[in-house]
Design a protein. Structure first.
Length: 92
């Protein structure tokens, strides 16, 4: 077994919606919406044309997938820019 150079301890705490600020709750809702849009885009991409009378219906899977991914990217950038970085730790 190879040796491990650095060891990190991670503590997991579930989010408490009662202590979240409205801004945090709003960001999470927007991100969940972006994830749902991406998922809907994936589903609609599998079935590009739904048969029906008059030639059927064409679905917009690729557009929804791109829209969801763009929304997630913007929200991640917003989160990175809004959150203050923790102080750097020095070793020595």
């Amino acid at each position: 077994m190879p040796a491990v150079g650095d060891v990190a301890i991670v503590e997991y705490r579930a989010m408490n919606s009662m202590t979240m600020t409205p801004k945090m709750r709003n960001w999470i809702q927007k991100y969940a919406s972006a994830c749902a849009t991406s998922l809907l885009g994936q589903v609609r991409s599998k079935f590009k044309i739904v048969p029906g009378p008059g030639g059927g219906t064409q679905l917009n899977g690729e557009a929804l997938l791109k829209q969801g991914e763009d929304m997630k990217k913007l929200l991640k950038e917003e989160l990175i820019n809004e959150v203050e970085e923790p102080p750097m730790f020095t070793t020595g």
